[in-house]
Ligand binder design. Structure first.
Ligand SMILES: [Zn+2]
Length: 133
């Protein structure tokens, strides 16, 4: 699976976004080392704090189905499904990624075109909190 295919899947996932309050549509496609791809969208709530990001939706779906190792995630996000600029993951999602992924985990931020930004988890969350044994 190449990067643009993974980003295309993130765009498909964004179509299911439940975002009646912000109209900010987000989709994520998480590639596990098994080769399976798990999709997620943002899911808002009238009480706001129960809302969940697309990235965490994808991770929790994958982990709840037994996946523990991941290669990469593609993310698209924007107002009213407009993905003009890259949409980086929030801090909470970066922390969730750090629970399961090493610093070389790839994060692709897609746009409406074939342009995308690429980061590693180590770049987006250096010195992350982990419990050392
Ligand atoms: Zn988030």
């Amino acid at each position: 699976m190449n990067v643009l295919e993974l980003i295309e899947q993130a765009k498909e996932a964004a179509k299911y976004s439940y975002s009646p309050y912000s109209s900010f549509t987000v989709g994520a496609a998480l590639l596990a080392k098994s080769g399976e791809v798990y999709l997620g969208c943002n899911i808002e709530n009238a009480a706001f704090s129960p809302s969940c990001c697309a990235e965490r939706t994808a991770f929790f779906k994958a982990v709840s189905e037994g996946e523990r190792e991941f290669e990469a995630i593609a993310i698209v996000g924007g107002k009213d499904g407009n993905f003009e600029i890259p949409c980086p993951p929030c801090g909470v999602c970066r922390q969730v990624m750090s629970e399961f992924c090493s610093f070389d985990f790839k994060i692709y931020l897609g746009t409406d075109t074939d342009e995308y930004a690429q980061y590693s988890l180590g770049e987006l969350l250096p010195a992350s909190f982990v419990l050392e044994e």
